[in-house]
Each structure stands twice: as structure tokens, then as C-alpha cells.
Write a protein that binds this ligand. Structure first.
Ligand code: SF4
Ligand code: SF4
Length: 806
């Protein structure tokens, strides 16, 4: 059977199967699972059908609690029903989850696993949400990659119908839910082959119906509740066997064989990691590298976590096992250990007690935490765990990936340990949230993944602030399947789409020797070198980086594309990265422009074509001098007069060095000082408003409308302006009761986002030139220094009291 190769993310993989194999889908959005509901809603809206030819009913509820209630209700009518969620959303579903499981109902919830808010909220991925539902009575099947997410969505759906145990199908939030990967899409026939019609009919026959009335959901006294609860045991006992049978059937159908616990590594491995989720991919890649050096190491990937089959776990471990590290992506404060560690320990302990342990000696077992809230889990960290297992008394209850200088539980790791491959292209793109960088990169992955034989992977690092904050896209392309579920450490290509980033971040830190660097620069090729900070120039020279620049905003404006630079920067990437032959790449970009913009008319398509050609014409290689010539250094992340906490903690976070902060840097209870945001100068606006006092009528509308309070007014005595910086604008206050006072409007040019709302709302116009208002957008860069001085002075002026007193 031929199956389509598609380049999609984990959320699309899960929702594709969920949509195809269900009739009712109740949704409520929560990051990072929202796209699953959005996909289902969009597909239903255009009449896409499931494998039985029916358009599923998709309904958005008022909360995740409502979604779970709707699922529970429709399941009781015999419908095949599903939902998608994460984090606190899953917690809201717990009451219904107990009921659904207690009634032995078949359903799958697809979970993009995410941290639960504790000392702080986090939208990022770990297993603390699903671990909080362990007692609900649901099976849990963990997928480690985008392909597995599609495959396990089907296996879970088939298994729940046979086992009559509801399933959580779990994959890692962001790392898998948002990772774009080239995978093989399951065909409708694959799904029909696994979903037995008689089991679907049996599910329907169990529906509550007036045609065959029964009572379900009784209240029971102490005399019978306990026995009834134990009555469910056979269902759970049978589930692992059912899942394995379906995994075997799936393998016969698709060629991809899975087991309840999959072992990879040396046949005679002595040191073993046991874990689940996307971190397994990194561990597997590391093990391949360590085994090639002769190390006896291995990995057990836990697929079916609940019901937990101790027998299958012990059978998966090599008989040569001497030491085991169990890695949990969750934290259970005060527990005897994290959940998977305890399960493994129990499995081994019970086996020792009954005397059927399949190893020559009782292995030493230690447990550790990693990857909370999407903290990176790298090959260096996996190696550190294996190294710890070599110790005579390895550290137990450790953490890896952080520096714990409070309880000293963390493992040290070698940051420079790298196993990145020579035959892979690794590209980093620094963009601004909503500037089109991520969209263009997803398009690039599609072109390379679907139009060539290369494998492709894309992962996008978002800031929680989303729109207007930095995004870094990590793209890998190569001839072999990609298992690197961690950020790129050595890039062959780096593009910076916003010039001001070079002042804020060490954007070339991950550049490999001989890498290519593309900068969107407002400066000409012969001027730009002098505009780089000294350390950046030194990096370019030392790493022999090939440096290209383009003024993408100019090219976009000239081609009537406003500030949309995505097509231009994408064209430059293909022109100089060498990932595809140049002519072929440009043809593919134009083809994709036709697909994307064709609906919006030929003019838009031609505009984009022109931008592609103009991009090539305006792309220049910069001649790199042999010596550092710059006269300035990258400024500190915050001003030197910032408070100590801001200097020591906030500044590190703003500079992108939050990972380096030790445990002791943080408050124990999530309590932080206020007003620290004022120290972050993002400088993201290309243009900012400039005030013209000769036109202003002092209506105050601009001040009212600014979403960030970055344009403000004050009234003061003239004498208070004697020391104002040159160019500090003011005018007579226009109110009778403030006669002799001065009125000033100032803009925090480094904080303004350039949204133009203040300009749009300003009613004052120059009657001789209607284009000129009392506020006009003007390029920010030349105004920055003076604007900073004006704003700082403005803040020193006294505020007027509400009653008019100064
Ligand atoms: S452009 Fe937007 S952010 Fe900037 S001052 Fe005006 S309203 Fe505020
Ligand atoms: S909206 Fe225009 S006229 Fe009104 S206070 Fe602001 S700048 Fe002056």
C-alpha cells in the first residue's frame, strides 16, 4: 500500500487520526494542545469526513471541564468521542475521567503533556499533568516522536475499544506537539484494518438508551462499593496483552514494530536508562554514539506506562544489566521518588522477593528528574547519566540539566559534548514573533521534506510573550531519519531577521566553523561591518564565517509588501545555504507562493515573485576584514543602575542565559520584586511616533489608546525644564487652571512596539499637509539615543496628582 509522506507537527499527527476515527469531538483550547482542536474544527468546517464517511461533530465547550463532560455524555450515547488537552485543562477533566474509567468506557484523550502551574505558570512541556491523573484508571501510551504520535493515536483507539479501558495518548508538549517532521501518514485502510467493526458495535450496544433501559452511575454503601471497584481488575490485567497484540498487527500493516517496552542499545549492556517521551530520541542517539565507542549502554523506552507490566519491563532489559537510571520528566515533592522510578523499583523489588529476577546480580537503581517545563535534555545530559551509573555509589534522586547549588542533587555535564552529524544541514533563524519567520521556515521544511528525499525537522523556540517577542527556529535537513530532540548546538547557517538582535544576544554563539551568516541589515554591505559589536566581529573572524546581508525591509517596501520580509529572507536562505541547487530552490519557492497566495489573486502572486527576484538582486556578501575594527561592545542587558535582583537574575534571562542561573538565584515560593519589566529595552519598533507640538490639541487620546503606556504626557513648571535635554519638546498647557505651565508628550522609543494606534487615533492634522499629524511614525534607530535621554528626563518630572496638585 502506498502511503503519503507528509511534513507535519505532532498536534496534526494526533488530530488527523483522532478526526478520522471519531464521530464527536469536544474541544477547548489550551497551549500546547490547542492546534489539535483547531485542526478538527477546520476540517469539519470544510466537510472532511472520517473513515466511515461521516463529518465528525466538533463542539467547543466553555472549559475543559465542559469538554470532558460532553465527552462523557456522548460516550454514553454510544458515539465514538474524543478530546484534546494539556496541563490544568487535564486537571479539570479528572472528575469525569474517574467516571469514564469506572464505567469501563472506550475513548482516547490526546494529551500534549505540559507542566502544571506551581510556583509559576509554564506553558511548556513535561509529564506533571498526566502523572497527576495516575489514579483515574486510564491506560497511558507515550509517543516519543511525530511518527509515533500518529501511530499511537491509532493503536490507542483500537486498544480502548478492545480493552474497555480509556486511554490517554501522551506526547511531549512543544517538543513533539510543535515539532515539524517528515513522516509517513497512515492511510484510511490502515485505520479500518485496526478498528474492528464488532467492537464498535459493542461500544454502541453499551449506550444508555430508552430502547434497552439500564441504570449506570449508582450510589453504593460500604457493603458493596469495594467489591465493585475490584470487579474491574480483569480489564486492566488484559490491557497490556491487548496493546501488544495490536502493536503486532500494526507492524504487519505498516512495518513499524513497537512493544510495551522497547530496548535499544548494546546487546550486553550493563548501564541502562529507562524513560518515556521525546527524551528517548536523544538518549537513543547518544547511545548509538557511545556504543560506537565501545560503551555497554542501553535504553528502555516505556510505551505503555499504565497498566504497568512489570513482566514486560523485566523481559525488555538485557540480562547483563548492572545499573539502571530511571528518568522522570516530573517532580513529586516529598515522594519516595518520582512515579516511573517507583514503578521500576517495585517491579525489580517484587521480582527479587519471589526469586525470578532475570539478571545475574540485583541491579543498582537510581532515579532522576530532567526536562521540567521543556528544559533541554541533550546528549551531554544523557551521557552524564550514564557516567554517573559508572560510579561506585551513584547519586540517587538526582536532577540533570540544571545547577542545583542548594540541595546539590544535580549531575554535572560537559556542555561541549556533541554528536551532531557531518552530513546534516543545521540552520538557526532569529525572528520576531508574528514577523513571518516561523511561517516561512515551516514552508521551507515542507519544500525540502516533500519535494526531496531529505529528512527534515523543524522546532520553534517561542517566548511566552508570543507576538512581538523573539522566536528562534531550529531546522535540520539530512539523508537520515532525525532523532535529535534538542536544540541545535552547532549551526551551519544562521539568519538574523531583526537587526537589533545583534545588540541583545550572542546570535553567533552556536555558529559552527565556516558557517554562513545572513543578516537583515538597514546598513549597506560596505557599512554593516562597522555596525557590529566587537565580540561579534571577533566571532566572525575566528570561526571564518561567510557573512551576507540584505536590507529586507527596503526590498519589501519597494515591492509593496509592507513589513512582510518572510519571502525575501526565505529566498536568501535558499540562495546561499546550498541545501538545494539554487535554481531548483527558487522554482520551489515560486511554486509554493502560487499555492499559498493563488487564492488572493494574480497580483499578490506576482508581487511575491517580484520580491523573490529583488531579494536575489539585493543579497550581498560582506567582505570580512582580517581584524576587529568595531569601536563598541554589545551593551549590558539592563542599565547599570538597575536593582541587584534585576542585574543578577532578570538581566541573565533577558540575555538568553536563564539556563545558566543556579537554583539559589530563585525565590523558593515564586515571589518576585515588582516593576522589573521596565529594565527590558526590546527596541522592536522599526518606526515610532514623533510628537509635533505645533499641531497637538492635547486631547490625550494617544495616551489613552497606547496598549503599553509607552506614550505619556505630563504638565510641569517651565523652571523644571531648564535642565531638559536639547530637543525635549513641550508647549504651553492649554487649560485655564494650568496657565503658565508646560505640557509635554514623550515616547519611550525603546519600549514602543510601533503598533501605530496612537497615530491612528490622533485627530490633529496639518491643514496645509494632511499627511502630517500631531504624531507621525518615523524610523526608530536614528531617534534611539535622544529618545532614551528624553524619556529618562521625562520620568524625573513630578506626576500631577488626580486633584490637580503637583
Ligand atoms: S506606536 Fe503603539 S506602542 Fe508605540 S506609542 Fe503608539 S500606541 Fe504606544
Ligand atoms: S492624540 Fe494627537 S492631538 Fe491628541 S494629545 Fe495626542 S498628539 Fe496631541
Amino acid at each position: 500500500m502506498s502511503r503519503k509522506q507528509v511534513t507535519i507537527d505532532g498536534n496534526e499527527a494526533a488530530s488527523y487520526v483522532a478526526f478520522k476515527t471519531n464521530e464527536v469531538i469536544a474541544i477547548y483550547p489550551i497551549t500546547p494542545s490547542s492546534n489539535m482542536g483547531e485542526n478538527a474544527d477546520a476540517w469539519a468546517a470544510v466537510g472532511e469526513r472520517n473513515i466511515w464517511g461521516v463529518v465528525p461533530r466538533v463542539r467547543e465547550m466553555q472549559s475543559e471541564g465542559g469538554a470532558a463532560g460532553a465527552v462523557h455524555g456522548t460516550l454514553q450515547t454510544g458515539s465514538l468521542t474524543t478530546t484534546f488537552t494539556a496541563s490544568q485543562g487535564l486537571l479539570l477533566m479528572i472528575p469525569n475521567m474517574f467516571k469514564i474509567a469506572g464505567e469501563q468506557t472506550s475513548t482516547v484523550f490526546h494529551i500534549a503533556a505540559r507542566a502544571i502551574a506551581t510556583h509559576a505558570l509554564s506553558i511548556f512541556g513535561d509529564h506533571s499533568d498526566v502523572m497527576a491523573t495516575r489514579s483515574c484508571g486510564w491506560a497511558m501510551l507515550f509517543a516519543n516522536s511525530v511518527q509515533e504520535t500518529m501511530d499511537f493515536a491509532l493503536i490507542a483507539q483500537a486498544a480502548t475499544l478492545r480493552a474497555r479501558v480509556p486511554f490517554l495518548h501522551v506526547f511531549d508538549g512543544f517538543r513533539t506537539s510543535h515539532e515539524v517532521m517528515k513522516i509517513e501518514r497512515l492511510a484510511d485502510e490502515d485505520m479500518r484494518a485496526l478498528l474492528a467493526a464488532d467492537l464498535i458495535h459493542a461500544h454502541r450496544r453499551r449506550a444508555l438508551s430508552p430502547d434497552h433501559p439500564v441504570m449506570r452511575g449508582t450510589a453504593q454503601n460500604p457493603d458493596v462499593f469495594f467489591q465493585s471497584r475490584e470487579r474491574a481488575n480483569p480489564f486492566y490485567a488484559a490491557t497490556p496483552g491487548i496493546v501488544q497484540e495490536l502493536m503486532d498487527k500494526f507492524a504487519a500493516q505498516t512495518g513499524r514494530q513497537y512493544h510495551l517496552f522497547d530496548y535499544v542499545g548494546a546487546a550486553e549492556a550493563e548501564r541502562i536508562i529507562i524513560m518515556m517521551g521525546s527524551g528517548c530520541e536523544t538518549a537513543e542517539e547518544t547511545i548509538a554514539a557511545l556504543c560506537a565507542r565501545g560503551e555497554k549502554v542501553g535504553l528502555v523506552k516505556v510505551r505503555l506506562y499504565r497498566p504497568f507490566s512489570a513482566e514486560a519491563l523485566l523481559a525488555a532489559l538485557p540480562q547483563t544489566t548492572k545499573a539502571i537510571a530511571v528518568l522522570d520528566r516530573t517532580k513529586e515533592p516529598g515522594g519516595a521518588g518520582e512515579p516511573l522510578y517507583q514503578d521500576v523499583l517495585t517491579a525489580i523489588g517484587e521480582s527479587v522477593i519471589v526469586g525470578d529476577l532475570p539478571f545475574a546480580t540485583i541491579p543498582r537503581v537510581i532515579g532522576g528528574r530532567y526536562g521540567l517545563a521543556s528544559k533541554e535534555f541533550t546528549p551531554a545530559m544523557a551521557k552524564a547519566v550514564f557516567d554517573e551509573l559508572k560510579q561506585a555509589t551513584p547519586k540517587n534522586h538526582f536532577s540533570v540539566g540544571i545547577n542545583d547549588d542548594v540541595t546539590f542533587l544535580s549531575l554535572a555535564f560537559d556542555e561541549h559534548f556533541s554528536i551532531e552529524k557531518d552530513d546534516e544541514v543545521r540552520a538557526l533563524f532569529w525572528g520576531l514573533g508574528a514577523d513571518g519567520t516561523v511561517g516561512a521556515n515551516k514552508n521551507t521544511i515542507k519544500i525540502i521534506g516533500e519535494e526531496t528525499d531529505n529528512y527534515a525537522q523543524g522546532y520553534f523556540v517561542y517566548d511566552s510573550k508570543k507576538s512581538g517577542a523573539m522566536t528562534v527556529s531550529h531546522l535540520r535537513f539530512g539523508p537520515h531519519p532525525i532523532k535529535s530532540t534538542y536544540l541545535i548546538r552547532q549551526a551551519n547557517f544562521i539568519a538574523v531577521h531583526q537587526f537589533n538582535f545583534i545588540e541583545r544576544y550572542d546570535v553567533l554563539e552556536a555558529a559552527a566553523e565556516g558557517a554562513t551568516f545572513l543578516l537583515n541589515s538597514p546598513f549597506a554591505p560596505d557599512e554593516v561591518w562597522a555596525k557590529l559589536p566587537r565580540t561579534m566581529q571577533a566571532e566572525i573572524i575566528a570561526k571564518r564565517i561567510k557573512f551576507y546581508c540584505i536590507n529586507a525591509y527596503d526590498v519589501a517596501r519597494a515591492n509593496r509588501m509592507g513589513t512582510r520580509i518572510n519571502t525575501i529572507m526565505q529566498t536568501c536562505f535558499f540562495a546561499i545555504s546550498g541545501v538545494l541547487p539554487r535554481a531548483e530552490a527558487i522554482a520551489q519557492i515560486k511554486e509554493s507562493i502560487k499555492k499559498t497566495y493563488g487564492k488572493r489573486g494574480e497580483q499578490v502572486v506576482q508581487q511575491n515573485y517580484a520580491a523573490v527576484d529583488a531579494a536575489l538582486a539585493h543579497l550581498h556578501e560582506v567582505q570580512v576584514p582580517a581584524q576587529v575594527t568595531s569601536e563598541f561592545e554589545r551593551p549590558p542587558a539592563v542599565a547599570p543602575n538597575a536593582p541587584a535582583f534585576v542585574q543578577q537574575v532578570t538581566a541573565e534571562i533577558l540575555a538568553g542565559h536563564g539556563d545558566r542561573l543556579p537554583v539559589s538565584a530563585f525565590p523558593a515560593d515564586g515571589t518576585y520584586p515588582l516593576a522589573t519589566a521596565q529594565w527590558e529595552k526590546r527596541n522592536i519598533a522599526l518606526d515610532v511616533p514623533v510628537w509635533e507640538p505645533d499641531l497637538c490639541i492635547a486631547c490625550g487620546k494617544c495616551i489613552m489608546v497606547c496598549p503599553h503606556s509607552t506614550i505619556r504626557a505630563k504638565v510641569c513648571e517651565e523652571s523644571q525644564l531648564l535642565n531638559a535635554p536639547a530637543g525635549f519638546k513641550h508647549m504651553p498647557a492649554k487649560w485655564r487652571e494650568l496657565a503658565d505651565q508646560r505640557y509635554t508628550i514623550q515616547v519611550a522609543v525603546e519600549d514602543c512596539t510601533g503598533c501605530r494606534l496612537c497615530v491612528e487615533v490622533c485627530p490633529a492634522k496639518d491643514k496645509t499637509n494632511l499627511e502630517r499629524k500631531a504624531l507621525n511614525m518615523t524610523p526608530q534607530l536614528p531617534l534611539r539615543e535622544a529618545g532614551r535621554a528624553n524619556w529618562d528626563y521625562f520620568l524625573t518630572l513630578p506626576d500631577m496628582h488626580k486633584n490637580g496638585a503637583m
